[in-house]
Design a protein around this ligand. Structure first.
Ligand SMILES: [Zn+2]
Length: 372
């Protein structure tokens, strides 16, 4: 972390929102050379920056409509014969060199063009953050692409070409279905079964059955169940209490993801949000958590790193801010702990769902008139 020696301890604990706004603005404009390999995941970096700006109530510093068009240009649209329906969703960047098409008309055949589950999730979330009404999202195609990624054990792959399958992608799938307000994108029973079987002997969730419990996968599993509205149905109170114990034991000063690992900024959100969903975040030590997060703040260029004295990156910059939001830091919006967007964006999504519902009702009653 770039820092100078003669800064007083009080100054080190100052949260510097303006620096972070500039950091996120830069993250949207360019990728530093050492991050070039992230180009194919560009949408996820855009999500961290956009949601970060949203959390800091600073979306006014960017040109929203330009970014909305760019995100829509990354949608994998059905071709005229619909033969690629199982490969639809959003791609991570324009690296394939396809012509710019902001989701108008049909898609083009391309042997390597397909959606990626994390890109579809971050694309839809980013569109919502930017105030878009998702009217150009081809919901039918996104859901068909999503269904094609689910495996028989209930987990999801990231892309139709094949990839690892684990709890991260179950969470992406749950967020996509929740935001589109349509759970036909997954076999929910199978996914619930996958989450249940991922409970380890330590009483928290691993990436899959038989794997070590982990703060990240525990968040993904618990948040998915919350979005499905199934948490209390799936785990007994006794099981939830054991999970609460495992999670709260992850606090050292900040949080770590597994026993005997060093603390890392992003777990202030992953574990913190899980504790919030399990209703016991209030019993954690806010001051120690805050001091750790702020020790990883880059006071010169903005952003947060995973550890003190290391370089900031977009992921830790975003989750550092979300971690501070959970403890009520002034100048940061409230974060929705399951959907991982600001409460303002979450409320806008609820309004959007209500509009869709009333449109469906109008459509149905019109059809009844025609029928009578
Ligand atoms: Zn981390």
């Amino acid at each position: 972390m770039a820092d100078d020696e003669d800064v007083s301890p009080e100054e080190r604990l100052l949260f510097l929102p303006d620096r972070h706004v500039r950091y996120f603005q830069r993250s949207l404009q360019l990728l530093p050379e050492q991050c070039a390999s992230l180009e194919t995941n560009r949408l996820t970096i855009a999500f961290f920056a956009l949601s970060g700006l949203d959390m800091l109530d600073s979306l006014n510093v960017i040109n929203k409509s330009e970014i909305v068009e760019w995100i829509y240009s990354l949608q994998v649209l059905p071709t005229e014969d619909q033969s690629n329906l199982n490969r639809c969703g959003f791609r991570g960047s324009s690296c394939l060199g396809l012509p710019f098409n902001p989701s108008k008309g049909h898609g083009l055949h391309h042997p390597y063009d397909s959606g990626h589950i994390a890109m579809t999730y971050t694309a839809i979330a980013s569109l919502l953050i930017l105030g878009d009404d998702l009217s150009r999202v081809n919901k039918k195609a996104c859901l068909a692409g999503l269904r094609a990624l689910q495996l028989s054990d209930g987990s999801f792959c990231a892309a139709p070409e094949g990839s690892e399958n684990d709890m991260r992608f179950v969470y992406c799938a749950a967020c996509i279905c929740y935001m589109l307000n349509d759970w036909s994108g997954m076999d929910m029973e199978r996914s619930i079964d996958y989450i249940r079987r991922s409970m380890s002997y330590e009483n928290a969730l691993g990436q899959g059955a038989g794997l070590e419990a982990h703060g990240g996968s525990t968040f993904c599993g618990i948040a998915s169940l919350c979005l499905m509205g199934k948490l209390e149905e799936v785990f007994s109170e006794k099981e939830l209490n054991r999970m609460r114990r495992w999670c709260i034991m992850r606090q050292q000063n900040g949080f770590h993801g597994r026993p005997n690992k060093p603390v890392d900024t992003c777990y202030s959100f992953w574990v913190g949000a899980t504790l919030m969903l399990l209703d016991i975040f209030k019993y954690t030590n806010f001051e120690k958590n805050r001091n750790f997060i702020l020790s990883t703040q880059d006071r010169i260029v903005g952003g947060f790193a995973k550890w003190p004295d290391s370089h900031p990156d977009a992921l830790h910059a975003y989750f550092g801010i979300c971690g501070l939001s959970l403890i009520g830091e002034a100048g940061i919006c409230e974060v929705h702990p399951a959907l991982n967007v600001s409460l303002t964006t979450y409320k806008r999504l609820q309004q959007l769902h209500n509009t869709w519902k009333s449109k469906d009702c109008e459509w149905n009653s019109d059809n009844m008139h025609i029928g009578t």
